[in-house]
Design a protein around this ligand. Structure first.
Ligand code: ZN
Length: 150
């Protein structure tokens, strides 16, 4: 069992302390709520999608450092991307944190998101890291039902 502190890499600490895109949008076209009752993490995500491009993204939330840092990094990663590109990032991220050793993270695709690669050693934390991405997926699918990891 690796030391839990390995999870809290500098990127995660810094994004939890100063989350990017932590705001409410005036005219969102898409939004979704995510809930991870196992840990008590909550995310409300709003998007302004113009054509197929994510022009604005904002989130509100509370919970553990991993869930909030993941939301911050997710919003930074998908801003300016197409919905299709965002969905591909979602799958790459999911494979990284939940996949086995046969699904190694691709640093070229994931960039800073690779900070979460250590999460797969901590199964209880995978849902914390994935919450923002599942919420993004729901928002892009225009799914109005609240998302729960349970
Ligand atoms: Zn959590």
């Amino acid at each position: 069992m690796a030391d839990l502190t390995e999870l809290y890499q500098q990127t995660i600490v810094e994004h939890n302390r100063s989350p990017r895109n932590f705001k409410t949008l005036d005219h969102p076209t898409h939004q979704a709520q995510g809930d991870n009752p196992l840990c008590g993490d909550q995310i409300t995500l709003q998007l302004t999608v113009d054509g197929d491009v994510i022009r604005e993204v904002g989130f509100q939330g509370s919970g553990c450092a991993i869930s909030q840092a993941s939301a911050s990094l997710m919003t930074s990663a998908v801003l300016g991307k197409s919905a299709g590109e965002a969905e591909r990032l979602f799958r790459a991220f999911h494979d990284m944190v939940a996949g086995g050793a046969d699904a190694p993270a691709d640093p070229a695709v994931l960039g800073k998101l690779a900070a979460f690669s250590g999460v797969k050693q901590f199964p209880a934390r995978v849902k914390c890291a994935n919450l923002a991405w599942h919420t993004l997926h729901a928002a892009l699918q225009a799914d109005r039902n609240p998302i729960s990891t349970e």
